[in-house]
Design a protein. Structure first.
Length: 418
């Protein structure tokens, strides 16, 4: 039988030649083949129906002697069982190739979020980040499992895992994202306009039978009190980026946090006293101009100066990757930590928007102007097709009302910082 020393010592000749590693008669034999170039590879030779057949088992030394023997033994066992080893090998390789073609659940999710990005949907990065956090990290095997092999039971167990940890609304979001990812996969495979080299061989959506927990989708009603808002403003860390993002949501009258996190220095126009939020950062996919208040102006001067001084492309650049903004999940996380430490009632960043709408309504600002201040897409025919007025004057007036109200509640306990 061959050994490693003999294998290394084999020299090339003018013609290729083979040397047997012995083997039992009738079960095939393992050979090392030496080519004129000096390359060496393994060959399993067997007879079936009185015909000599060969199967390549890989190059040496990439495939070690021990591994080559094991592969040959596996093929010999098939031959003993009356199975053609060559046919079995071809089927195995075809199946392996098919596995490579049929993407994993993780690849399906990435394809879905790439599609969202191409469509200009601003939440693409957030969806991918959340899926990596709630699917990939706790269930890496499921993430790498072929998407077509993922069962409804797999999805149920994933969601149940998070439910047991007390995660409620986000669990519904995970379900929705997975359902949408599978719908995307089905669409890509059957829509000739979306034909792709990546396929998943999907026939059904395993998420469809998983019920949505409707009782976790109650409409928010929390309005933050003046005292709670002032306490947060003064007691969140002064120069922490996440805390400053929360303050900016407050100072801009409840603009969407993700839209603010995506701001670059170029989006801040101090001469015109406005924040230009591009369409790609808006839920409505429409560009939005936000007038500055004194509180937001102070914050933005600091943030723009910091970004330009450090050559960051974003005001809220992530410490992990300065080309990306800090995670949207960092805001409720930081806010929750502050609230637990202070021992005060919970409220979320989204409640700021509701509070601003409520305060401005109490101060006499019309609903239509409040909606425009928040960048809502106006759905009436006139607004959608004919009205091209920018309402900046009215939005400034509404922001002035918010600025004065905010200033009045921040005066008590002001420590001179943000």
């Amino acid at each position: 039988m061959l050994n490693e020393k003999q294998l290394r010592a084999l020299k090339p000749r003018e013609r290729e030649y083979t040397i047997s590693d012995d083997g039992q008669r009738g079960t095939g034999r393992l050979f090392i083949r030496v080519r004129p170039t000096g390359a060496k590879d393994w060959v399993y030779v067997y007879y079936l129906n009185k015909r000599r057949r060969k199967i390549g088992l890989g190059a040496y030394p990439e495939v070690a002697l021990k591994d080559a023997r094991q592969r040959a033994a596996d093929l010999a066992a098939k031959l003993t069982d009356g199975v053609d080893p060559g046919k079995a090998m071809r089927e195995q390789r075809a199946a392996a190739k098919q596995e490579e073609i049929h993407g994993s659940l993780g690849e399906l999710i990435i394809s879905y979020t790439n599609s969202m990005r191409e469509q200009g949907r601003r939440t693409a990065d957030e969806v991918l980040e959340r899926c990596e956090r709630y699917v990939k990290k706790p269930f890496p095997k499921l993430w790498n499992k072929p998407a077509r092999e993922v069962t409804s039971a797999d999805i149920r167990d994933l969601l149940s895992f998070h439910m047991r940890k007390g995660i409620t609304t986000t669990t519904n979001r995970i379900r929705s994202w997975l359902h949408a990812a599978y719908q995307h996969g089905l669409s890509v495979e059957h829509d000739p306009r979306q034909a792709s080299n990546q396929t998943w061989a999907l026939e059904t959506n395993p998420v469809s039978v998983i019920p949505r927990q409707a009782d976790w989708e109650r409409q928010g009603e929390r309005v933050i009190t003046a005292e709670e808002l002032a306490h947060a403003w003064h007691n969140l860390p002064s120069y922490d980026l996440t805390s400053m993002a929360i303050r900016l949501v407050i100072a801009t009258g409840g603009q969407r946090p993700l839209s603010l996190l995506r701001l670059a220095p170029a989006n801040i126009d101090f001469d015109a006293d406005v924040i230009d939020i591009p369409a790609s950062s808006m839920k409505s996919s429409l560009a939005h101009v936000v007038p500055m208040a004194s509180q937001s102006r102070d914050l933005l001067r600091y943030l723009v100066d910091q970004a330009e001084r450090n050559e960051w492309g974003l005001l809220f650049a992530s410490p992990k990757d300065r080309s990306k903004h800090i995670s949207i999940t960092a805001l409720p996380s930081a806010l929750g930590k502050y609230q637990r430490t202070a021992g005060i009632e919970r409220w979320a960043p989204r409640d700021i928007r509701r509070t601003v709408k409520t305060v401005l309504g109490q101060e006499g600002v019309a609903k239509g102007i409040r909606d425009r201040l928040h960048g809502h897409a106006m759905q009436d025919v006139s607004s959608r097709h004919y009205d091209r007025y920018d309402y900046l004057k009215e939005k400034r007036q509404a922001m002035d009302v918010w600025e004065k109200w905010l200033d009045s509640i921040l005066r008590n306990g002001d420590d001179g910082g943000f």
